[in-house]
Design a protein around this ligand. Structure first.
Ligand SMILES: [Fe+2]
Ligand SMILES: [Fe+2]
Length: 259
């Protein structure tokens, strides 16, 4: 596991913060352990035991804000995660997908589904990202939007020439020319194809294109009105509303918490 000593420099206050807040565990050297799922199968030394052995009076496991990350507002909203947590590639991919759907005149629910379709990749998990992403947003969007996000993962592997969707060239590059998705993906794609919301999920795949080199930066704020209509922002902030998925948002706020 990964142990990164964090320096004790106070966090640089960025404009999004709600005023100065003290760093947690002040005066102590703070160690982080990467999540086991991120390290399984990697050719890296397992440093978990060594990290635990190195704890002492002035060395602890990190809990709370990590100065290496922008500090989140006390009541984080959806766009705060785009701005302060999501990886650059995923952030641009989501914004570009949403913008293209918007420019093509689709209604708000499709634009929001495109904007959120890979949200799990932003700062949480890549494996089975459609399923994780759907759970992450389910309490805040319509059932149809969450459904579309869930099933886009499976539908991506299957062409539908009737709507102009071909098997993605990028998947040949990513996974090899002869890759076959597992049985559960085939089953879920078949299920989705016969569902009344099929086209909502299929539209996500139509706008799910990797065009990073060509895309100009997109201001996330252009989606503010649509988010207001299609994403129920909790008053307490994402992560603090007591929803069944609040812990998933907190994990992105404090990805280096040890427990
Ligand atoms: Fe995806
Ligand atoms: Fe995508």
């Amino acid at each position: 596991m990964n142990a990164i000593p964090q320096n004790e420099t106070p966090a640089t206050e960025s404009p999004q913060t709600d005023g100065p807040r003290p760093q947690p565990q002040a005066g102590l050297k703070r160690l982080t352990l990467a999540p086991p799922v991120a390290l399984a199968g990697k050719l890296m030394p397992d440093v978990e035991a060594a990290t635990l052995a190195s704890l002492g009076p002035d060395t602890v496991l990190m809990m709370g804000d990590n100065p290496a990350l922008p500090r989140m507002p006390a009541r984080p909203r959806l766009l705060d995660f785009f701005k302060y947590r999501f990886t650059d590639v995923t952030c641009r991919h989501l914004l570009t997908s949403g913008k293209r759907a918007l420019d093509d005149g689709h209604d708000g629910r499709i634009v929001i589904a495109c904007l959120l379709h890979d949200i799990a990749n932003g700062c949480l998990l890549r494996s089975d990202h459609g399923y994780w992403g759907a759970q992450l947003i389910a309490p805040y969007v319509s059932e149809e939007i969450a459904w579309a996000v869930k099933y886009h993962q499976a539908l991506r592997y299957f062409a539908d020439e009737s709507v102009g969707y071909s098997y993605p060239d990028s998947y040949v590059r990513f996974f090899g020319a002869n890759y076959q998705p597992p049985e559960y993906i085939q089953r879920d794609a078949e299920y989705a194809r016969n569902h009344r919301w099929y086209m909502s999920s299929r539209l996500i795949t139509l706008y799910d294109i990797y065009f990073f080199e060509k895309s100009d930066p997109i201001n996330p704020e252009i989606f503010t009105d649509l988010i207001g209509r299609y994403f129920r922002e909790p008053e307490e902030g994402l992560g603090f509303d007591g929803s069944p998925v609040a812990h998933m948002w907190r994990t992105m706020i404090w990805p280096n918490n040890s427990l």
